[in-house]
Design a protein around this ligand. Structure first.
Ligand code: SDX
Length: 439
């Protein structure tokens, strides 16, 4: 007998059976479609705390156990043994590539590692001190004005080409945000360099100075992008899915993902963490900030702490914390004061009842900014780096959704709490008792 959940409306005695569906891992789900169909009611779940929006086979995470897997592979193993482009392939196609598949994928990405010259003109429309994410939102959206020869979302080849275009062009768009802010000339990808080397060289090379790839920087950034590549149905991925469900231009959907990611509660937190650590200035000031974070009348929150899903240590934060130590040891203490404050802050917070009882742990954003700053990446570029990493997840979810036989437009409902029906009142009758006109 198939498992169901029974819902009884005790006002009418009406009883419905909602099927229970099981996945590979994680909680079962209740198919709630019968609630409206048979009871004429909606299910209300602000913030979607207990709502599954779709079926997906890309990422599994268990917030209580601190587990994160992409296509079944634990994030710890991918961070240790893989590279970002291989993780992109895994997210897009569901399997780790053979060496031939990887070579072909690398070549395809390399062939597309360029943008239309006209698109580069978009940057000049931004002030030099525009926030780089405001530029990213614009230029990723601008991609939607190109490639119209291959945007049939019902054509698997067009979908695949679009995905490879996103992976190939995001590093260029991201690096140019930095170049624009510095007033430096844009650089073009080098065919002989790998994906990560190209990105860093496009960021930091200057025509009149020698440039040398720093393997340590490539390795650290590779790990960071792997850790940011995907994270189930987070806010920005859900935005990409919802925009894509309306059959919107996929590049415009990526721009929508950038918009959501930029929020401080989401991907904008990595930038906010470093600003917070700089504001703290010294470990002796930590208690004051902890008290502010606990004070409900103070809007200040401990940035980089807490998570909607992880009620345990974010496995990515643990990996980044370790990478932080390794990198800063190699770089002879650059950023060490910031790391010292972060570690002391973590230590104090994790002993404080307020954080313990709410299961607030460091998340992926808590340590990532320290690494990025040590690599010479300015704070304002941190969320751009997050967007670069996450673009693989965004486009992988877009591909999965558009190819889903149940593909349909997403359209949530609501609990209406506004006015009852009322009639229009002409404006001359709205100003209360008519004031006697002065004679
Ligand atoms: C990312 O979804 C994803 O997967 C996101 C992400 C990804 O990879 O895509 O993992 C990336 O966005 C990580 C999160 C980065 N954001 C921050 O670090 C900003 C600081 N964190 C908080 O804003 C908050 O923790 C959220 C937004 C991350 C989670 O918000 P929730 O789930 O709505 O948490 P909540 O408001 O229900 O918190 C429960 C309690 C509340 O207190 P009470 O009402 O129970 O008294 O914990 C408190 C909150 O006030 N709380 C915090 C806090 N986070 C939660 N108090 C102080 N400092 C914090 N950081």
């Amino acid at each position: 007998m198939s498992r169901t959940v029974t819902i009884i409306d005790n006002a009418t005695g009406k009883k419905i059976e909602c099927p229970v569906l099981s996945g590979t891992n994680g909680p079962d789900v209740v198919d709630a479609s019968a609630i409206y169909r048979e009871l004429g009611m909606f299910a209300l779940d602000p913030g979607f705390l207990s709502t599954a929006s779709c079926r997906s086979s890309i990422t599994f995470l268990d917030g209580e156990a601190g587990i994160l897997r992409h296509r079944g592979y634990p994030i710890e193993q991918l961070a240790e043994h893989s590279n970002y482009l291989e993780v992109c392939y895994l997210l897009l196609y569901g399997t780790l590539p053979t060496s031939n598949q990887m070579t072909d994928f690398q070549n395809q990405i390399r062939e597309r590692s360029v943008v239309h010259e006209h698109l580069l003109r978009f940057y000049s429309g931004y002030l030099y001190d525009a926030h780089p994410m405001s530029i990213m939102v614009g230029v990723t959206g601008a991609l939607s004005s190109y490639y119209h020869e291959a945007l049939d979302i019902n054509d698997p080849d067009d979908r695949d080409l679009t995905a490879r275009r996103v992976i190939a062009k995001m590093p260029i768009l991201a690096a140019n945000c930095y170049k624009h802010s510095m007033g430096h000339p844009f650089a073009y990808a080098w065919p002989e360099l790998g994906y990560m080397e190209n990105f860093l060289k496009m960021m930091f090379t200057r025509p009149h100075l020698p440039y040398e790839t720093i393997p340590l920087a490539c390795k650290a950034l590779e790990k960071l992008l792997i850790l940011h590549a995907d994270h189930e149905q987070n806010a920005s991925t859900s935005t990409v899915r919802l925009a894509g469900s309306a059959e919107a231009n996929p590049f415009a959907c990526i721009s929508a993902g950038c918009v959501t990611l930029w929020g401080r509660a989401h991907g904008g937190a990595n930038e906010a963490v470093v600003r917070m650590l700089n504001d703290i200035q010294h470990p002796r000031h930590i208690p004051k900030f902890i008290e502010r974070a606990k004070n409900k009348s103070d809007p200040f929150r401990l940035m980089g702490f807490g998570h909607r899903v992880y009620k345990n240590y974010d496995p990515r934060a643990a990996i980044i914390r370790k990478a932080c130590h390794e990198l800063l040891n190699e770089l002879q203490g650059i950023n060490q004061p910031l790391l010292d404050i972060a570690m002391r802050l973590e230590e104090i917070a994790l002993q404080d009842e307020y954080f313990v009882e709410r299961k607030l742990y460091p998340n992926v954003d808590f340590y990532s900014g320290i690494i990025l700053q040590a690599l010479g990446i300015p704070t304002s570029m941190f969320t751009v780096i997050f967007a670069l990493g996450r673009s693989a997840g965004w486009i992988a979810h877009w591909l999965e959704m558009v190819a889903d036989p149940d593909f349909r437009i997403g359209r949530p409902r609501q609990l209406y709490i506004g006015s009852e029906k009322r009639s229009y009142v002409p404006i001359e009758q709205r100003d209360g008792p008519a004031r006697k006109k002065r004679s």
